[in-house]
Design a protein around this ligand. Structure first.
Ligand code: DQA
Length: 143
């Protein structure tokens, strides 16, 4: 079964952007790590990234027919996007939210997440390992 791993704005720069906060692994590294964990759970992953809110929403709609679950790091849209929340509310499978950094240790505007109103679970502050943990959890939720 296929799961989507959706990534929002600026995460294309992962590994290069503020490495003190987000680490030095790239999104390609994340994809390879997630694919390995997914294989053990009999899952397949498709990792996508966009800097555009509407594109993320289109992928969430597409997931309705294509994906058994969604793992999403919405980047800064986490804290602003009612539209992404609404799209996820129209999706029936499990949703897990991932943040590389511990958003609760950062600026107060990062403490609020619209997506958390929908997510079955949230991982924050585990670095890129959080994605692998979310894939593992998705395996449990879909078993
Ligand atoms: C982030 C945290 C957000 O506040 C930030 O805007 C990001 C990345 C994280 O993975 O830690 O772009 O979602």
């Amino acid at each position: 079964r296929l799961i989507y791993i959706l990534n929002g704005p600026n995460l294309n720069l992962l590994g290069h952007r503020e490495p003190d906060i987000y680490g030095s692994d790239t999104l390609d590294d994340v994809e390879a790590m997630c694919a390995a964990v997914a294989a053990k759970a009999g899952l397949e992953v498709r990792l996508m990234q966009s800097n555009h809110e509407g594109q993320l929403i289109d992928w969430i709609h597409e997931a309705r027919a294509e994906a058994a679950g969604i793992i999403i790091n919405p980047g800064a849209y986490t804290h602003t996007s009612i539209a992404i929340l609404d799209a996820l509310n129209a999706y029936e499978g499990p949703v897990l939210e991932v943040h590389i950094s511990n958003v609760h240790k950062r600026e107060s505007f990062r403490h609020v997440s619209y997506v958390s109103l929908r997510a079955e679970g949230v991982i924050a502050g585990f670095g890129v390992e959080g994605y692998a943990l979310a894939v593992r959890r998705m395996g449990t939720l879909l078993a």
